[in-house]
Write a protein that binds this ligand. Structure first.
Ligand code: COA
Length: 314
């Protein structure tokens, strides 16, 4: 049976980082570090430099994923890139990355599923590998989210940041149990207006989103475990979408995981939308926390509403 194995991970954060106080000062916001950090866990975020594109950040993350996998451009035959902040409607950000990496074969396209984008991209890439459309795929989440924030709306502009993360998936046959075990994708368009881009800027009914988040994430996680005949106790790492520390902690408690088994970056990255999970994965593989053979559970919710979960053995 063909499986998609995560052969490498990579992440990129723009150089400029702003603390909550620096952000409030820079944009003249009536807020405080105490308000933001108590309610969200966010302490700082990175911001793309002027002229630094979503594709630039994505390519940097992809290069690290390729290097970690010991792969070169000639091996990649698909690029699937999740973003809510593409550099243009077309060409897709994925084809811009293809060009930047000097990849001359295969296909590339973008996926729009807001903060759930990486889980969606992973699901699509895994299906395409299993069905023989490609043998390897760069799966990328990349966002220049600070470009679509309303800097007069303190309820949203303090929550997001920029960055990119990537994984290289490789087809592997045989009896091994490494790879993506399953992905579970959901959406419900009835809730589209509680988290949306309107007039080019993010609008959010924060409390409404919060209300949906824990219930929908919990149900996606249960679905993923049941589909694989696994129990909560089998999960070694939770790598959740990084929107809000309170949502992350609630999911960790639900799974009965000690805090040190939950990968958290929201304090330093804020919410980087589709980039948050692959950025967290890159950090946790780079520092040796997530190691070969570990069972990793990923989950996310975002505008759409979209939500989902994925289980992978590293
Ligand atoms: N600083 C200071 N005060 C702020 C503020 C800020 N950055 N943002 C909002 N407030 C104020 C509001 O104006 C409001 O004041 P009022 O009572 O005088 O009208 C008060 O704080 C409460 O606002 P509310 O939006 O109800 O706050 P909340 O407790 O729900 O917290 C969020 C707001 C955004 C932190 C919270 O709703 C949340 O985390 N939601 C989930 C968001 C999320 O995860 N989205 C991404 C999903 S991918």
């Amino acid at each position: 049976m063909t499986r998609s194995v995560i052969a490498g991970t990579g992440g990129y954060l723009p150089v400029r980082a702003l603390t909550n106080d620096e952000l409030a000062e820079a944009y003249g916001l009536d807020t405080s570090d105490a308000w933001i950090s108590e309610r969200t866990g966010i302490r700082r975020r990175h911001m793309a430099a002027p002229g630094e594109t979503t594709a630039d950040m994505a390519a940097a993350a992809a290069r690290e994923a390729l290097a970690q996998a010991g792969a070169d451009a000639a091996e990649v035959d698909a690029i699937i890139l999740a973003t809510a902040t593409p550099d243009s409607a077309f060409p897709s950000t994925a084809t811009r990355v293809q060009e930047k990496l000097g990849i001359r074969q295969g296909f590339s396209f973008d996926i729009s599923a807001a903060c759930t984008g990486f889980i969606y991209a992973l699901g699509v890439a895994d299906s395409m590998i299993r069905t023989g459309h490609c043998r390897s795929a760069l799966v990328i989440g990349a966002e220049a989210f600070t470009r679509i924030l309303d800097w007069t709306d303190r309820g949203t502009c303090v929550l997001f940041g920029d960055g990119a993360g990537a994984v290289l998936l490789r087809a592997e046959g045989g009896e091994g149990d490494r790879g993506i075990l399953s992905t579970h994708l959901h959406s419900d368009g009835r809730h589209g207006d509680i988290l949306q881009v309107e007039g080019g800027l993010v609008r959010m009914a924060g409390r409404e989103v919060f209300r949906h988040a824990v219930a929908k994430l919990a149900s996606a996680v249960d679905e993923a475990l049941a589909a694989n005949g696994l129990a909560q106790a089998d999960v070694q790492w939770l790598v959740p979408h990084q929107a809000n520390r309170r949502i992350i902690d609630a999911m960790g408690r639900k799974l009965g995981l000690p805090a040190e088994r939950v990968v958290v970056t929201v304090d330093r990255h804020a919410n980087t939308s589709a980039a948050s999970i692959p950025l967290a994965l890159a950090e946790a593989t780079r520092d040796g926390r997530v190691a070969r053979g570990d069972l990793v559970l990923m989950e996310a919710i975002g505008g759409g509403l979209t939500w989902g979960a994925a289980l992978a053995r590293f």
